[in-house]
Design a protein around this ligand. Structure first.
Ligand code: DLL
Length: 430
């Protein structure tokens, strides 16, 4: 373990540490960030009113709009002189979300990442290829410095140029890959096409930055001969390193000494209990550059506080099943793209790339899934084709309770993403 004293801490002691840090960060944010001061004052809340962890519920949520409204630097709690790095998320609309780090923030960040890597099974003997984009995105640099902190060898290849990535992976003898799960699968497909899969030394795929399903990890295990784990984070609270999966693959351990997690039912403004699914709300407990109180992530997950078989006592979050804003409502039924993915990835005849298209025709909202087949010959064998389409439709209906149109397409005909993949096109929004 990278930080055994924290990762196996007695939970009572952890709560004491969290409370001490919570009180400090609330006072610090109130004193140094105008938005928090004004917001607290408007409801008569003072930092001294936070005396227990439960008192956190008195604090109003912070949302992405708050971050955008204060673009670029109004949420910074220190003078720019003390900020030594900036990152930003590439939002699809409007201004990006900016995050500023002090020297201490960067140190904490790389510790959190080193823990995540160690949980995944990486050691200082690994050669780790980072295929996340380097730049404003937090993935590349975030993982990079964590790898250095762990003492492993980092290969900062960044994203893109897929065949070259495979060549380097082979020539440098990379033993671990850091990428989005969809790009990791694309790399696996490419390595297979190039006929070099057996020449690779890869043993770990450390994936994050977008949702993955158990089936997707199973495909990675099978196609790439790697042990896949996932990790989670978001720019608003500093980037990756919030949580990571250990070898038990029983949820992602949250670095709770730096991030205080809550699961909330937002509509009813009610805290949810262990195991219940709701929106993850995060408070940074130690950030100096840009402290964030009760950030609404929009990510839907659940938390367990049971100690893990690996010996860690840090709480575990389950896979993110979706975001409140990627949930599709089709004829009144809630559909998460991850449900569709689980079905498709569980069928051997299907490839790993798919698209979901939702339309609005006479208010019927037809939904179509386009998915690649593994064997192109199947597309000309009509009886087999019909049988497979019927089976996919049936499996989707069992999970989603609605009918979905299915179109099978040629292998490699769907465009691959080199970073985060966009699977859904919702034509109703046009
Ligand atoms: O994606 C930070 C990151 C980089 C995490 C590298 C892990 C590895 P953003 O670009 O701000 O930051 O996007 C954050 O991505 O709110 C989730 O919706 C999604 N996300 C990140 N990790 C996971 C995951 C980075 N393991 C948004 N599973 C988050 C599901 C994830 N969704």
């Amino acid at each position: 373990m990278f930080s055994p004293e924290i990762e196996t801490i007695d939970r009572k002691k952890l709560r004491e540490l969290q409370l001490e840090r919570l009180k400090h960060i609330v006072t610090y944010a109130y004193d140094n960030v105008e938005m928090y001061r004004k917001r607290f004052d408007s409801i008569g809340l003072k930092p001294k009113h936070i005396q227990t962890l439960k008192d956190i519920e008195k604090i109003p949520y912070t949302t992405k709009d708050d971050l955008r409204d204060n673009y670029p630097f109004r949420l910074l709690a220190v003078p720019m002189k003390q900020i030594i790095r900036l990152h930003a998320s590439s939002g699809t609309t409007g201004k990006p979300v900016v995050c500023g780090y002090t020297r201490n923030d960067l140190d904490v960040w790389s510790t959190c990442i080193a823990r995540v890597l160690d949980m995944a099974g990486a050691t200082d003997e690994d050669i780790i290829q980072v295929s996340f984009g380097y730049g404003l995105f937090t993935g590349g640099f975030g993982l990079h410095y964590g790898i250095e902190k762990l003492g492993a060898t980092v290969v900062p290849v960044s994203s893109g140029n897929t065949e070259r990535q495979i060549m380097l992976m082979k020539d440098f003898g990379a033993t671990a890959l850091v990428a989005t799960p969809s790009y990791a699968l694309y790399l696996a497909e490419t390595a297979r096409k190039m006929g070099v899969i057996d020449d690779l030394k890869l043993r770990l795929a450390i994936t994050g930055a977008e949702a993955s399903t158990a089936e997707m990890h199973e495909s990675l295990r099978r196609l790439f001969h790697v042990f896949p784990t996932e990790n989670y984070g978001l720019t608003e609270v500093g980037g990756p390193g919030v949580a990571g999966e250990c070898r038990e693959k029983a949820g992602m351990h949250i670095n709770e000494d730096h991030f205080y997690p809550e699961i909330v039912n937002i509509e009813e403004n009610r805290a949810l209990g262990e195991g219940e699914y709701g929106e993850m709300v995060l408070t940074t407990l130690t950030k100096e550059g840009m402290p964030v109180l009760r950030y609404r992530t929009k990510d839907i997950t659940s938390i367990t506080y049971e100690p893990c078989k690996c010996g860690r006592t840090l709480a575990r979050m389950s896979r993110v099943v979706g975001r409140t804003d990627d949930m599709l409502i089709i004829r009144g039924v809630n559909v998460f793209p991850s449900q569709i993915e689980s079905v498709l990835m569980g069928m051997n005849e299907l490839g790993k790339s798919y698209e979901i298209i939702v339309d609005r025709v006479n208010y019927m909202d037809p939904i179509e899934v386009r998915v690649e087949v593994v064997d192109a010959n199947l597309l000309t064998d009509y009886s087999k084709l019909e049988e497979l389409v019927a089976r996919i439709k049936h499996n989707l209906r069992v999970v989603l309770q609605i009918d979905v149109k299915v179109k099978l397409v040629e292998p490699f005909s769907i465009k691959r993403a080199e970073g985060k993949v966009k699977r859904v096109t919702d034509l109703r929004k046009k």
